[in-house]
Design a protein around this ligand. Structure first.
Ligand SMILES: [Zn+2]
Length: 288
């Protein structure tokens, strides 16, 4: 945080320096745009083939083949979800929330991609539908589906409160991945990563730049849907924070399940999907 009373006085041209207009770091027009019309046509013929429910304060994983759709649905009550994504055939390729944020902004919606970690850096999924897209940004600068938070975890809980709480999203995702892939718990833990905060309403305070959350506007029936660009395992934790209106990392909040549904447009359509290739950077890092 910045000091309320700075130790150093501003230079003579301080106001001038502050007045310089910002430029967008990564202008999105350099990115290849997804064919949303084509995808929505494809979606019309897709049929539901699988579903899994993340119970309150727990997580679940589901396989989504390349060329299929996965929908995260709010059921029963307002609830936020912490979402992880892995390449089904190489769990070290996983969702890269920080780079996705740099490319698409702090909060995602339709048309944005979920980018994977280095050295792959390719779209793992494309967001194709978002029933909360009407929310935009509110008067506090808040919005939904952020890639600015990390995931609630027992280590931060321990640091701040001194207690051990086992049903944070980090632990929930660890248990779910371990059981889905039959991995030892601590091996699975190393593969859990920063999330897409589905339905969570967050932002940074304008005056102090602090990360804030507020009650999610999500209601039962709302959903966020993705098109799988590669074969995926998707993990989803029903955050112990519930709608994240007050606190997380405890059993205090009302908590509801979240549903994940897989929609398949058919084997032929999936076979016709061209999977994005891994980054073509040569990885010599200046040694060549
Ligand atoms: Zn959480």
């Amino acid at each position: 945080m910045k000091l309320t009373k700075p130790n150093f006085p501003p230079p003579a041209d301080g106001a001038e320096r502050k007045a310089i207009a910002p430029v967008i770091c990564y202008p999105p027009d350099a990115l290849k745009q997804p064919d949303l019309n084509g995808l929505s046509k494809l979606r019309e013929d897709a049929v539901k083939v699988a579903e899994v429910t993340a119970a309150p304060r727990d997580a679940a994983c589901i396989d989504v083949p390349a060329g299929a759709f996965v929908r995260v649905v709010s059921v029963d009550g307002p609830q936020v979800g912490d979402l992880n994504m892995w390449n089904k055939h190489d769990l070290t390729e996983r969702f890269y929330s920080g780079k996705t944020r740099a490319l698409h902004g702090t909060h995602l919606s339709t048309g944005d991609r979920m980018w994977s970690s280095f050295p792959n850096m390719r779209p793992m999924a494309t967001i194709v539908a978002d029933t909360l897209d009407w929310y935009g940004f509110d008067a506090f600068g808040g919005s939904v589906h952020d890639v600015i938070g990390t995931r609630c975890d027992p280590y931060t809980g321990r640091l701040l409160s001194g207690d051990d709480y086992h049903y944070c999203c980090h632990s929930n995702l660890t248990r779910a991945l371990a059981s889905h892939c039959d991995l030892p718990l601590h091996e699975a833990e190393m593969l859990v990563h920063d999330v897409l905060n589905v339905f969570m309403c967050t932002g940074f305070t304008r005056d102090t730049g602090q990360y804030f959350m507020k009650a999610s506007p999500v209601r039962p029936g709302d959903y966020l849907e993705f098109y799988a660009e590669i074969d995926l395992i998707v993990g989803l934790s029903a955050c112990p924070g519930g709608d994240c209106s007050s606190e997380h990392s405890s059993d205090a909040a009302a908590c509801y399940p979240l549903l994940m549904e897989v929609y398949d447009p058919g084997e032929e359509a999936r076979a016709a999907h061209v999977q994005p290739g891994r980054s073509r950077y040569d990885r010599t890092h200046g040694t060549g």
